[in-house]
Design a binder for this molecule. Structure first.
Ligand SMILES: Cc1ncc(COP(=O)(O)O)c(C=O)c1O
Length: 417
C-alpha cells in the first residue's frame, strides 16, 4: 500500500500512549465548554483575558466584516493589504517601541517566515559564502514553530549553523557565541509549556559582554497581554540602549488578545526585506481586515488593564490554594501552570479523572514537551470565578490522590466537591 508508514506511525504513537485525538467543542461561553453534551470549566484555553468574547472586540469584527468582507482575498503585496492592517501595524509599533511591523495569519507562519527569510532565502547578497557561517542559537525550550524550521538549516546549503543553549543558561549561551558571525539568538517571553520567563536582560548582557554581532529575537506569543507595564510584552524589560534591545519581536493574537494571527516587528529594513523575500508573506492571503480591526480594538482594551488585574488575582488565588493543598505545581507566577507527571499514561488518566469532576485540563505529552516530562498544563483566565478555581484545586487533589496514590485529599472532603 502506498505510504504505509502512516498506519505504522499511528500504531506506534498509540502503543506509547502518545496518540492525539481532537474533541468537538459544541459551545464555548465564558470559561465553560460543552463537549459531547457535558459542560466543563475550561482550564486549557489560551484566552487568558477572555477578550475573544469581549463585546467591543466582536463589534469591531462585525464592523470590519461589513466594511471589507470576510476575506482579504489577495496577498498583501497584491490587494490584500488594507487600512486596517496598516493601523494595526502602527498600533503595535507605537506601543512596543519597534520601528516597523508585519502581520501574518498565524504565529507558526511568522516564525517559519523569519527563519526561512533570514537563512534560507537566496538573494543576490546573502548567497555569498563567507568564511564564517551564520548562527541561530535557540533556547532549548523554544517552540516547535521556530525550531522545526531552524533544524532544517545546514552549514553546507544555507551557510548556517543551528544550535541550542540550555534553558535560560547564559554561560552556555556565551560558550556558543562566535565573534563576528551574523547570529540570531531566539527565546520566548513566557515559555509556552513551563510558563516561566525568558532571561531577556541576561541575553542582552551576554551579547554585550561577548561583543557579539548578534540579534535577539523574542517570541512573545504568551507574553503579549500578560507582561509589561501596558501588557505589550517583553519590550518593557528590554533596555533601549543600542545593542541592548530586542531586535526582532514576534507576538501572536490567538492567545491573550483573543483574535487570530501574529506580527513580526523589527527595523524598517528587516520588514521591507520580509515584504520582498518572505515566501510565507508574499505567497499567502493576508489576514482578513475585519480580524485586524478586531485585534486593534482588543489590544486597546487589553492595555487598559482591567482583565489583566483580574487574571493576576486568579493566578495568585490558584497558587495559594495549590500550595496549601501540597500540589506539585511548577514555581512560576503566570497564567500557564504545570504539574509534571512524567508518564503519558498517568497524565492522560489524570486528565480523564478531572473531566469526570467537570474540570477540563489537557494532558501534554512528548514530543510537545521533552520525554518524561508529560504533564497537566493548566491555564488560568480572567474569566474564571473564585468558585471555578476552588473547584479546580479540589478536583486536582482528588484526581492526584486517585491516580498518583499520594494523599492530597483530606481538605477536599470538607469542601464537599
Ligand atoms: C511560543 C509559541 N510561538 C508560536 C506559536 C504559534 O502561534 P499560532 O498559534 O498563532 O500559530 C505558539 C502557539 O502555540 C506558541 O506557543
Amino acid at each position: 500500500m502506498p505510504f504505509d508508514f502512516i498506519t505504522a506511525a499511528l500504531q506506534s504513537r498509540a502503543a506509547e500512549s502518545l496518540l492525539r485525538k481532537r474533541v468537538e467543542v459544541t459551545n464555548n461561553i465564558q470559561a465553560i465548554i460543552e463537549v459531547s453534551g457535558k459542560h466543563y470549566i475550561n482550564f486549557s484555553s489560551n484566552d487568558y483575558l477572555g477578550l475573544s468574547q469581549h463585546q467591543d472586540v466582536l463589534q469591531s469584527f462585525a464592523e470590519g466584516l461589513s466594511l471589507y468582507g470576510a476575506s482579504s482575498s489577495a496577498s498583501s503585496v497584491v490587494t490584500g493589504y488594507s487600512r486596517e492592517h496598516k493601523l494595526l501595524e502602527e498600533d503595535i509599533c507605537e506601543h512596543t517601541g519597534m520601528e516597523n511591523a508585519l502581520l501574518f495569519s498565524s504565529g507558526f507562519a511568522a516564525n517559519q517566515a523569519l527563519c526561512q527569510g533570514l537563512f534560507q532565502t537566496s538573494t543576490p547578497t546573502n548567497k555569498k559564502q563567507t568564511d564564517l557561517a551564520r548562527n541561530v542559537i535557540v533556547d532549548k525550550l523554544m517552540h516547535a514553530s521556530f525550531v522545526d524550521s531552524a533544524m532544517q538549516l545546514s552549514p553546507e546549503k544555507d551557510n548556517t549553523v543551528f544550535s541550542r543553549f540550555k534553558h535560560n543558561d547564559m554561560a552556555h549561551l556565551a560558550s556558543k557565541l562566535v565573534p563576528n558571525s551574523d547570529t540570531l539568538i531566539v527565546t520566548e517571553g513566557v515559555f509556552s509549556m513551563d510558563g516561566d520567563q525568558g532571561d531577556i536582560q541576561g541575553i542582552q548582557s551576554t551579547i554585550s559582554a561577548q561583543k557579539s554581532k548578534a540579534w535577539l529575537m523574542v517570541d512573545d506569543a504568551h507574553a503579549i497581554g500578560f507582561i509589561g507595564n501596558n501588557g505589550m510584552g517583553s519590550c518593557d524589560f528590554a533596555s533601549t540602549e543600542k545593542n541592548k534591545k530586542i531586535d526582532i519581536l514576534m507576538g501572536t493574537f490567538g492567545k491573550a488578545i483573543g483574535t487570530q494571527g501574529a506580527f513580526l516587528a523589527g527595523t524598517n529594513d528587516l520588514i521591507e526585506y520580509m515584504v520582498n523575500f518572505s515566501k510565507h508573506y508574499v505567497y499567502s492571503t493576508a489576514m482578513p481586515a475585519a480580524q485586524a480591526r478586531a485585534t486593534r480594538t482588543s489590544l486597546q482594551i487589553m492595555r487598559q488593564g482591567v482583565e489583566r488585574a483580574a487574571l493576576l488575582e486568579n493566578i495568585s488565588l490558584f497558587k495559594k490554594l495549590a500550595i496549601e493543598a501540597g500540589l506539585p505545581v511548577l514555581n512560576v507566577d503566570g497564567p500557564i501552570q504545570g504539574i509534571i507527571i512524567g508518564d503519558p499514561l498517568k497524565a492522560l488518566a489524570l486528565s480523564e479523572h478531572l473531566k469526570s469532576l467537570g474540570i477540563w485540563v489537557n494532558a501534554i505529552r512528548s514530543p510537545t514537551v521533552p520525554k518524561n516530562t508529560d504533564r497537566l498544563r493548566i491555564t488560568i483566565s480572567a474569566m474564571h470565578q473564585v468558585k471555578d478555581i476552588e473547584a479546580l484545586v479540589d478536583a486536582l487533589r482528588i484526581s492526584m490522590s486517585n491516580i498518583m496514590g499520594k494523599d492530597f485529599s483530606e481538605q477536599s472532603n470538607e469542601k464537599g466537591l
